[in-house]
Design a protein around this ligand. Structure first.
Ligand code: FAQ
Length: 331
């Protein structure tokens, strides 16, 4: 319906080759691809995979912070956290809608998440043990998300690019509120400073892992860059994030937990220590500290929400019947 099954197929005809070349020309000319435009099947699949995983991440990402809404230290902190968690749910909805324009249904995407077939960001499988973790998530996790998502505002697929513009604005606010929590803790009592440092210690490496595997192991990067879905490699974005974040940690008077972190004058970038890729893949494959809990909660909430979906469908059906009856009466 939306696409042609061309990429990767053996025995392409001259017509196929001409279609692919014309599609690439549109991409190279920075023209946006819209849902009803013809597109290679591989392009459509890549977008459905990335956008739906992104949506799942936003929705599952509500859990670690949601854990602290009832325990936020002041009313002001509670209101800001509540709004942030709601924003993340909203981002999930925009993204599911963007993916739906590619011919995949919300039900299919939800089934893939709940069955464990679809991934979501590794970062949300780590626990939020202290209030400091809420600061660290806003500062580091939203900071990493912005670094990754600003280039996605220029993604070649129109609905995804447009959704990202609004999402990035909201993520910037989230990053600021997280950094402000860290500043308050870092200027507080010895115990509060220790809490901020502990949160940085536990969230630093998982935040670097959010950018995905390094060059050799990133299976999708080169094709996604050729299609201008991604504009930078995972390593390039990770470096940009480190370069922006290290001075922020210094300003807080906190220590980044990487003894090998060193400014490289030649690269004009920090060199960093080895990321524990075994841990990354373990978490991605379902064996992180909170994977089971996150999916269990999501499944329970989905089941408990069945009546809402049924009521909404019944309401839509009633409206349709009424509109139909009114049309017949008017004829
Ligand atoms: N976790 O070949 P690549 C947020 C998978 S939103 C889990 O490099 P690609 C807001 C990858 O899917 C955070 N899996 O893949 C917030 C692929 O597996 P597949 C989410 C990962 O797609 C803040 C395989 O590894 N953001 O934080 C991860 O070219 C606070 C090979 O990797 C997005 O989703 C990972 N970290 O690049 C919410 C942004 N990394 O699909 C609440 C959009 C890689 O073949 C609170 N996504 N994998 O089975 C992207 O930019 C890209 O998809 C990457 C991965 C960069 C994540």
């Amino acid at each position: 319906m939306y696409s042609q099954g061309l990429i990767g197929a053996d025995g392409r005809t001259d017509e196929d080759e001409a279609f692919l070349a014309a599609f690439q020309e549109r991409i190279d000319a920075e023209m946006k691809i819209e849902p009803n435009d013809p597109m290679p099947e591989g392009y459509r699949k890549t977008l459905v995979r990335q956008i739906s995983q992104h949506a799942h991440s936003e929705v599952i990402g509500m859990q670690p912070e949601g854990n602290w809404i009832t325990r936020a230290p002041t009313l002001r902190r509670k209101a800001a956290l509540l709004a942030k968690v709601q924003d993340e749910g909203g981002h999930g909805l925009y993204l599911y809608s963007a993916a739906e324009t590619l011919g995949v249904s919300r039900e299919e995407m939800t089934d893939q998440l709940l069955s464990g077939a679809a991934k979501y960001s590794s970062i949300f499988n780590y626990p939020t043990l202290t209030w400091g973790d809420i600061g660290a998530i806003g500062w580091l996790v939203d900071g990493a998300a912005i670094m990754n998502q600003i280039p996605l505002c220029r993604c070649s697929f129109g609905p995804y690019a447009r959704a990202m513009i609004r999402v990035c604005k909201e993520e910037s606010f989230h990053q600021r509120q997280g950094y402000e929590i860290m500043m308050t803790l870092a200027r507080g009592s010895d115990e509060q400073k220790a809490m901020a440092q502990d949160a940085l210690d536990r969230y630093w490496w998982p935040s670097l892992m959010m950018f995905g595997p390094s060059e050799g192991s990133s299976v999708h990067s080169s094709q996604s860059m050729a299609w201008k879905i991604k504009r930078f490699t995972n390593d390039e974005l990770r470096d940009k994030f480190i370069n922006a974040t290290v001075p922020q940690a210094e300003y807080l008077g906190l220590t980044v937990p990487d003894p090998d972190l060193k400014w490289n004058e030649e690269r004009q970038s920090y060199d960093h220590g080895e990321i524990d890729w075994d841990e990354f893949w373990r978490v991605v494959k379902g064996d992180g500290p909170c994977n089971r809990e996150r999916l269990r909660n999501r499944t329970r909430v989905h089941e408990e929400g069945a009546w809402v979906r049924e009521a909404a469908l019944a309401h839509a059906e009633k409206r349709r019947e009424r509109a139909e009856a009114a049309k017949i009466a008017a004829e």
